[in-house]
Structures are given as C-alpha cells and as structure tokens.
Design a protein around this ligand. Structure first.
Ligand code: UDP
Ligand code: MG
Length: 327
C-alpha cells in the first residue's frame, strides 16, 4: 500500500461517488458538491467510480475532468455493483478524510461540513442516519425494519438501522476497511466491523433528484442474505437446532405410537400422517441443504481469489494503480 501512496499528492478531503447510469443527476450533483467543498476551504478531490454505465455518465465526468483535474474517474470494465464500485473508488482515494456519497443527491452534500467538523474532533467515522425516508413505501420501511431486527439478532457487532453508506472516514479507517478484500462485501457490516471512534449525524433523506433506483426487491432480498451470511453462521446453527427439534419430536411420536399399539392393538391407520411426515422431513432437509449451499457457494466464490474489479479506464490527477487484488 505504501508505494501506491507515494504517487499521490495528498488532499484533505476525497469524495468517493459510485455512479451507475447517473447522467440525469450528475450536473446538479457536481454543482452542489463543488460548492460545498469549496466552502470548506480544504483541498479536495472527487473520485467517481463509474460502475459500467451505459449512458453518458463517463462522458460527463471526462468533460468535467478536463476543466478541473480534481474531478477524477475510475471506469470499471462492467457493472460490478455499488459495494464493489465504492471499494474501487476508496482504493484510489488519497484524502486524509474520505466521504462516500451517492450520486443521486439522496445524500445531501450540504452535510459534509458537519461531518468534517466531527472528524476534526477526532472521530474516525461519521455516518449519516436518516430520520425520515421520503418517497419510500410503508412496505419498504417495514421490510427494512425487519431485516435489521433479524441481522442484529445474529451478528456480534450491531449494524445500525437507517444508516446507509453516506459517511466520512478518516484515513486510518479507510485503510482498515480496504484491508478486507472479501468478494461478498456487505459494506454496512464492514463499516461496523472495523471499529474505531464512530459517531452519527441526523438528516432527512429526500427522494432521488432524477433517474431511477437500481434496487428492486429481489436485489434487496439478496442484499439481506449477503448481510446475514457475511457476518453470521447463525443460519447453520439454526439448521442443526431445527434438526435436533424434529428428531426429538419424532422420538416422542415414536414412543406415543408404540404405547398406543401396545394398549389399543394395531389397526394400521396412518397413511396420511406418514405422507405428511415424509414430505415435511424432505422439505426440512432441502431447506437445510440450501442454507449450507449458501455458505458453500460463498466459500467457492472467495477461494477463486479473482480480483474484486477490473478497470477499463481511469482519469486521475496521479498515476492510476491496479489495486483490485491487493491484500
Ligand atoms: N450504484 C452503482 N452500481 C450499481 C447500482 C447503484 O454504482 O450497480 C450507485 C448509484 O449510481 C448511486 C448509488 O449507487 O450513486 C445508490 O444507488 P441507488 O440510488 O440506485 O440506490 P438507493 O438510493 O435506491 O438505495
Ligand atoms: Mg438512491
């Protein structure tokens, strides 16, 4: 890592922005972000991680880079997902403090001065907690709430609810975070896992300024599974307890049948109950196999040891480095 940093002129603040098809909001985002950064009086850079966009996202950033080289771009070779795009951006940031922010203006850049002030007080991580979620359905709110209940019952370091990826991190927090090179990156969990001095500020999250959300319920469901399997082996333990419980019930039922046969004779009933039990056990076995499979699949993905991402193109003030598979 150290030889990598030698290429960089350190700046005070890096803004890391994952962007996937964000042409509609980028101009407004840049206006607001630059105004806020300039007002802080600190030196800054903005690093966009273009996550394989199909629209003019990269072109807009390239044009901006020509006008102001403090605006940098890392273009990934395809869509890798926000978590990895963010990691690519962090890998190439040089700031003494780094702020991760969405391009769609749901994370207001105007909070940056407050975050920077808390960083000045010695905090390593300042995350933004949303108080109200405008433009989100009651269903989404309920499912999100449930997700945090489940995951926090399973993991040892609590993952705060209503806190997204929008946050400031000190250099040592970023470096710590970047030492985790797992492919299955559940960032909310990793942020909590690294520790250091963490604090929160509150804000009202507004709806996206323009463009479309990329998160449908299927992706959110998968993200929840990712979160749970990355940070807990609870489901595996659940599988063994379930097996134990069913075996105990089966033993009790066996004793009951034996006693009844001794006392009442054997009229050979029980075809329906037999079928129910066979089907039920078949279902339980498939379920537990599925749970094991989720973990085996992740072990498989991690052991391949592929780079986290590939860079197609980059425009940075300093020399770009391929950090995708650094450990
Ligand atoms: N994003 C990304 N890669 C993806 C999906 C999203 O880099 O595959 C970026 C997107 O451009 C935005 C941020 O991640 O800057 C958050 O995405 P979005 O607004 O769609 O998510 P939501 O705010 O609905 O959670
Ligand atoms: Mg959004």
């Amino acid at each position: 890592m150290s030889e990598f940093k030698a290429y960089k002129t350190p700046v005070e603040i890096s803004l890391v922005v994952p962007a996937y098809n964000e042409e509609a909001v980028l101009p407004e985002f840049l206006d607001r972000a630059k105004a806020v950064l300039n007002a802080t009086g600190l030196s800054w850079e903005i690093i966009f991680a273009d996550d394989g966009s199909h629209d003019a996202t990269a072109d807009i950033i390239r044009t901006q880079h020509r006008r102001d080289p403090r605006i940098g771009l890392i273009s990934l070779s395809r869509n890798f997902g926000k978590e990895i795009a963010m990691t690519a951006g962090l890998d190439h940031s040089s700031g003494k403090a780094v702020i991760v922010i969405d391009a769609d203006l749901q994370d207001p850049p105007e909070l940056i001065p407050d975050m920077v002030a808390l960083w000045g007080k010695g905090y390593d991580m300042v995350s933004a907690r949303r108080t109200i979620r405008e433009g989100e359905t009651a269903f989404k709110r309920t499912t999100a709430h449930l997700f945090y209940r489940v995951i926090n019952a399973l993991v040892d370091r609590p993952i705060p609810a209503d806190v997204g990826d929008f946050r400031l991190m000190s250099r040592r927090a970023v470096d710590a975070l970047l030492r985790t090179r797992e492919r299955h990156r559940f960032m909310k969990g990793l942020f909590a896992w690294i520790g250091f001095r963490q604090t929160e500020i509150l804000y009202a999250r507004s709806p996206r300024a323009a463009g479309q959300t990329k998160w449908n319920y299927w992706r959110l469901w998968n993200l929840s599974i990712e979160g749970i399997t990355s940070f807990s082996i609870g489901p595996l333990q659940f599988a063994s307890y379930l097996g134990f419980l069913i075996a105990a019930l089966a033993a009790m039922y066996g004793i009951f049948i034996t006693l009844r046969t001794i006392l009442d004779g054997n009229p050979v009933p029980g075809y329906p109950s037999l079928l129910v039990i066979v089907l039920f056990l078949g279902g339980v076995q498939l379920l537990t196999l599925g749970i094991i499979g989720e973990y085996v699949g992740r072990i498989f993905n991690e052991t391949k040891g592929r780079p986290l991402y590939l860079i197609a193109d980059s425009l940075l003030k300093s020399q770009p480095q391929d950090k995708s598979d650094t450990v």
